[in-house]
Design a protein around this ligand. Structure first.
Ligand code: 13P
Length: 250
């Protein structure tokens, strides 16, 4: 059976002091969790402190982005080895905000995924269609393209370190969640696609999270669906109470 993985993407929120407060609350409020993995992804500026606070907590640390080069003249960017050096185990790659606001292409995302894996970071690889694309019935076509190019030349042996997050763009930060049926349908499509691109064992094992306005009120039903293995939570992870309730519902 696949475990559930609940990750909090803090986005560009919370300074160092606020980060310390939120991590302490999550740590103190977390009850014994079986078969659930919890990941927090604070901003870069809070990562090192977060790592210290999370020692022996069972909670994993992730970053929200990285660049695909090793080092050099890339002002403002962060490398995979820098993330490793502050204790990150995960990194979110290809978030829709990176794709739309910062114009990241599928090809760039492919390079980032490869570099993350090379350095032993586990990517949370985000895919998802816009509202316009859904209304034109292009959802599966878009998701298929994002996954095919994103995973290009990544061997089957590396798939065990990748989590896929299906985040329909129209559900992110809008309060408009995909229904459990809508989400399950795309998750099943993604799992079948992984089976076609790799094999059944890989498809059966891969964790596919849902993201987009996940809240304690809808998480239980979403997470009960067969192919929904976790959640990538934005707004609701910024308050310990709602993040902990989502974890409890898994
Ligand atoms: P919201 O939960 O705020 O909709 O954000 C989802 C998201 O983008 C997580 O990566």
């Amino acid at each position: 059976m696949r475990k559930k993985v609940i990750a909090g993407n803090w986005k560009m929120n919370l300074d160092l002091k606020e980060s310390v407060a939120l991590i302490s609350e999550i740590k103190n409020g977390l009850e014994k969790i079986d078969n659930i993995e919890v990941i927090v992804c604070p901003p870069f500026t809070s990562l090192e402190t977060a790592k210290t606070l999370l020692v022996n907590s069972g909670i994993f640390l992730g970053a929200q982005n990285m660049y695909f080069e090793e080092n050099g003249a890339f002002t403002g960017e962060i490398s995979a080895s820098m993330l490793k050096s502050v204790g990150c185990q995960y990194v979110i790659i290809g978030h829709s905000e990176r794709r739309t606001i910062f114009k990241e292409t599928d090809e760039v995302i492919n390079k980032k995924l490869k570099k993350a894996i090379e350095h032993g970071l586990k990517p949370i690889f985000c895919v998802g269609e816009s509202l316009d694309e859904r209304e034109k019935n292009l959802t599966t076509k878009i998701v298929e393209r994002q996954i095919q190019i994103g995973l290009k030349e990544i061997p089957q042996s590396d798939l065990k370190s990748i989590i896929i997050a299906y985040e329909p763009v129209w559900a992110i930060g809008t309060g408009r969640t995909a229904t459990p049926d809508q989400a399950q349908e795309v998750h099943k499509f993604i799992r079948d696609l992984i089976k076609d691109l790799y094999d059944k064992a890989t498809a059966d094992k891969i964790i596919i999270q849902y993201g987009g306005s996940v809240k304690p009120e809808n998480s239980g039903e979403l997470l009960s669906r067969q192919d929904i293995d976790g959640a990538l939570v934005g707004g609701a992870c910024l308050k310990s109470a709602s993040f902990l309730d989502i974890i409890k519902s898994a």
